[in-house]
Design a protein around this ligand. Structure first.
Ligand code: F6P
Length: 384
C-alpha cells in the first residue's frame, strides 16, 4: 500500500450533493498514504487544457487543505459542500479530435490511475476513453436520478430524496390552507426513483413515474380525478400529486405537469354538475397549483447518509488502486447488499447497454419491487 502514486480525479456530468465529500475522503486517505492527487478541472475537458498547454500538470496538484476557508483557521468544507469544486461538465457532444486531445492530456499527466465520478452517461464516455487508451480507471457512480445499473445506490440520491420530500411537506401547509391540489414536478430524467421515494416519504397521494406512466393519457387523468374526488369527499380538501419529469405530456416544450394540470381541469370541469357520485368534489372550485422543483433538488448540503456513502466510495477507490497490480484496470465502486465493493466497469457498461435496448433508462424502477409495493399499500395512486 505504501508505494507512492499519482492519481487524477475528476467530476463529470451534472453535479449533485456529495461530490466534494468523495474528494474529501480521497484526498485525506491519499495524503495518509503519501500519494499525490491531481484535480482535473471540468470533467475530461481538463485533459484538453493540459494537452494544449493551457494548464500545467503540477499546478493541478491538490491536497486535503487546498479548499480550506481562508481566515477560518484551516476549516475544511469539502465534506459538507454541495456542487463540485473541480467543476463538472465538459461538452455533451464531442468531436473525435477532442477525444484524441483528452487522451494526449491523460498521457501527459503521467497518472497511475484516474478516479472519475459520474452518472450513467458520463461514465459510459469515460469508460470508452479508458478502454481505448488503456487507462487505469476507478469510476464512482453519482446522480440524483439513481439510475446507474450495478449498484444499489449512488452518491447524491439520498439528499435529493430529502430535498423533494421536504418540499412536499412544506407545500402541505399552503395546500391545506387553501384547499388546493398541488402538482409537483420532480427531476430524475427517464427514471422515477426520485419521484417515487420522495413521494412516499413526503406524503403524496398520487405519484406518476415514467416506468408506469410513460405518457399522460385519458385513463390516468380520469383515475387521478377519481382519486382526488375520493380524498375530497372522505378525508380532506387538498391533495399532493408528484409527477416525474420523465412522464411525457403533450409536447417537449411544455412541462408535463402543466399538461396534467390542464387535463385535470378540463376533465373535472366537463364533469361538473353531471358527475357520477364518485367524482363529487371536483369542478370549478377545485384549484390546482404547479411547482417545478428543478435544480433546487441538486444543491443542498449532502445528508449524513450521502456523506457516509461518498466518503466510503472515495476510500474504496483509493483501496482499489492500491490493490490492483496490473496495468489497464477499469473498475466501478458499488454498493451491494449494504457493502461497498467494486466490479469491472465493462460489466456494468454491458448491463447499461442491454437495459437501454428495452428502456430509456438504464436502471428503471422495478414496478413490482418493494418501493412500489409500499406506495400501493399506502393507497398512493401510481397510474397503473
Ligand atoms: O441527471 C441529473 C439531472 O438533474 C436530471 O434529473 C435532470 O433531468 C438533468 O440532470 C438536468 O440537466 P441540466 O442540469 O443539464 O439541466
Amino acid at each position: 500500500m505504501n508505494q507512492t502514486k499519482r492519481i487524477g480525479i475528476l467530476t463529470s456530468g451534472g453535479d449533485c450533493p456529495g461530490l466534494n465529500a468523495i474528494l474529501y475522503a480521497a484526498l485525506k486517505y491519499a495524503g495518509i498514504l503519501g500519494w499525490s492527487i491531481y484535480g482535473i478541472a471540468n470533467g475530461t475537458d481538463g485533459f484538453i487544457d493540459i494537452a494544449l498547454d493551457r494548464s500545467a500538470p503540477e499546478d493541478m496538484r491538490i491536497d486535503e487543505h487546498s479548499f480550506d476557508i481562508p481566515g477560518q483557521k484551516g476549516m475544511g468544507v469539502l465534506l459538507f459542500l454541495s456542487g463540485s469544486v473541480l467543476g463538472c461538465r465538459g461538452k455533451k457532444e464531442r468531436k473525435n479530435q477532442e477525444d484524441e486531445l483528452i487522451s494526449q492530456g491523460y498521457r501527459k499527466m503521467n497518472l497511475d490511475a484516474l478516479i472519475a465520478i459520474g452518472g450513467d452517461g458520463s461514465l459510459e464516455i469515460i469508460s470508452q476513453l479508458a478502454q481505448r487508451g488503456n487507462w487505469n480507471l476507478v469510476a464512482i457512480p453519482k446522480t440524483i436520478d439513481n439510475d446507474v445499473p450495478g449498484t444499489e445506490r449512488v452518491v447524491g440520491f439520498d439528499t435529493a430524496v430529502e430535498v423533494v420530500s421536504d418540499a412536499l411537506y412544506n407545500l402541505t401547509f399552503t395546500a391545506a390552507s387553501h384547499d388546493r391540489i398541488m402538482l409537483v414536478q420532480v427531476m430524475g430524467r427517464n427514471a422515477g426513483h426520485l419521484a417515487l421515494n420522495a413521494g412516499i416519504a413526503g406524503g403524496a397521494d398520487v405519484i406518476l413515474i415514467p416506468e408506469l406512466v410513460p405518457i399522460i393519457n385519458d385513463r390516468v387523468v380520469r383515475e387521478t380525478c377519481r382519486k382526488i374526488a375520493h380524498i375530497r369527499q372522505h378525508k380532506r380538501k387538498f391533495a399532493l400529486i408528484v409527477v416525474a419529469e420523465g412522464v411525457q405530456g403533450n409536447s417537449k416544450d411544455e412541462p408535463s405537469v402543466e399538461h396534467l394540470k390542464r387535463q385535470l381541469q378540463q376533465y373535472s370541469h366537463s364533469q361538473d354538475g353531471i358527475l357520477a357520485p364518485e367524482f363529487y368534489g371536483l369542478g370549478e372550485e377545485m384549484e390546482i397549483r404547479v411547482t417545478i422543483l428543478g435544480h433546487l433538488t441538486r444543491s443542498n448540503r449532502p445528508t449524513a447518509s450521502d456523506r457516509l456513502l461518498a466518503t466510503a466510495f472515495g476510500i474504496k477507490a483509493i483501496e482499489v488502486i492500491a490493490r490492483e497490480q496490473d496495468n489497464n484496470f477499469q473498475r466501478m465502486i458499488i454498493l451491494q447488499n449494504g457493502q461497498v465493493s467494486d466490479r469491472p466497469l465493462v460489466e456494468v457498461m454491458r448491463e447499461l447497454k442491454t437495459a437501454k435496448v428495452y428502456s430509456a433508462c438504464a436502471s428503471p424502477v422495478d414496478s413490482n419491487g418493494f418501493v412500489a409495493h409500499v406506495a400501493r399499500s399506502l393507497d398512493i395512486y401510481l397510474g397503473d
